[in-house]
Ligand binder design. Sequence first.
Ligand code: HEC
Length: 279
Amino acid sequence: MKRIKLFTYIVSFIVAFFFSYNVNAASGAPCGHYLSENGLTEGQCETIEVDPYDLSSLQRGAQIYMNYCLGCHSLKFARYKRVSEDLQIPLDMFQENLIFGDQKLGDLISIGMDSKESKVWFGNSPPDLTLEAGLRGPDWIYTYLKSFYIDDSRPLGVNNKVYENVGMPHALIEMQGEQFSVCKQIPEIATNGGIKQDPLTGEQLTVEKCGFLEVKDGTGIQTAEEFDRSMKDLTNFLAYMTDPMKKERESIGVYVLLYLFIFTILSYLLYIEFKKDLH
Ligand code: HEC
């Protein structure tokens, strides 16, 4: 009986381990007025899978970050050298292509912009992004980066579906192109959840819904798929930034659990030995 109990413990332990292994950290705050593709849900972030083991994605993300974001957002809890080592970018290549100004490899990734001045320019100072993925979650960041659209009523000419009236300009407009908030006809949903039809003709009824995002053809360097991939890479890089030890942690974790597993078997065998003496 006891043996069966122990066996159940071990099996549930293994099952729990594999289930917990794939659970991602924070899934992100709700995404403002972001509309799903079918227009039925609002404010739900798109989901992405970040992968700290995908080095080429991290390298592409770092390249985009250093070129388009570092002008305003520091990563002041990280050093260039550590990033170049973790991402396996040769030091000389990193120094030449990804460090601007007179900063050195051993320096923290800081910026020269004065936060008081930037507050005057943008209404808010650009926050440091080292821990941003921990704060907002990768899904939020990914959806936010895809949600800038042209809005002439705003001081910078753009707005954002996830973060309304944001003070950040659309830093990636040349990459993505001009995105607009447009209206579309979508199927009308009846109270029972089905699609409404015209009782006479049987045709599907539609209603107009506004707030869909649409990029004007030919205005960006990248296609929609390429831009999505770039934003995944950039988000992946920011997720790595928040948790640079993730890879090591996970591999150490596996060894620790293996050790505990073997130790459990050994202590069980020892328990049987002791038990023999008792009778
Ligand atoms: C010209 C300066 C500028 C550039 C370049 C820029 N940002 Fe920003 N960003 C800002 C400002 C200002 C804010 C604060 C907006 C606010 O709070 O209204 C901000 C806010 C953000 C936020 C939200 C922070 C939060 O949690 O409130 C994220 C995420 C972000 N930026 C990511 C990026 C990324 C990624 C890039 C590069 C593609 C980038 N930014 C480029 C100025 C900039």
